[in-house]
Design a protein around this ligand. Structure first.
Ligand code: FES
Length: 146
């Protein structure tokens, strides 16, 4: 789907900016300068504002990434449901460390709240969201992406 078609699904109101960025990322895998420029034009907003808004959210990627990105929510409600144990299980399974960029195929990051707090712990693999993830579910989730 073209970026223009994605934009036209939303009214150019400030409250829709994050939804638009997520929709663009879902289609493009990341939001680069070209996409930010088009979004800024559509919202009649300064490019710097759109780019800084996109950069602020850990779930939005502003750079192309060839690695499989796995994100674990570190918001309070997800942490209280043991999201850190889920992250640890991912580290053990893939022999990676959260925040360490050394692995050639995978990257594990913590992300801020996605607003799905009642369905935590929440894990994202690229653009796919998994809810109520338990450490014992990690293997199945990861295996489906290997
Ligand atoms: S705290 Fe994890 S989705 Fe809100």
């Amino acid at each position: 789907m073209s970026l223009q078609k994605i934009l036209l699904r939303f009214e150019p109101k400030p409250e829709n900016l994050l939804r638009v960025l997520k929709a663009v990322q879902k289609e493009n895998k990341y939001i680069g300068k070209k996409e930010c420029e088009q979004v800024a034009e559509y919202f009649s907003a300064p490019l710097a504002r759109v780019y800084s808004f996109a950069s602020f959210f850990s779930g939005i990627r502003t750079k192309k990434e060839d690695k499989k990105i796995i994100r674990v929510c570190s918001g309070g409600p997800c942490l209280s449901e043991d999201s850190s144990k889920v992250a640890h299980q991912i580290e053990m399974l893939l022999h990676i460390e959260a925040g360490n960029d050394a692995h050639p195929k995978y990257k594990l990051e913590y992300m801020s709240c996605l607003g799905l707090c009642d369905r935590g712990p929440v894990v994202m693999v690229d653009e796919n969201i998994f809810e109520k993830v338990k450490p014992e579910n990690v293997d199945d989730i990861i295996q489906s992406y290997l």
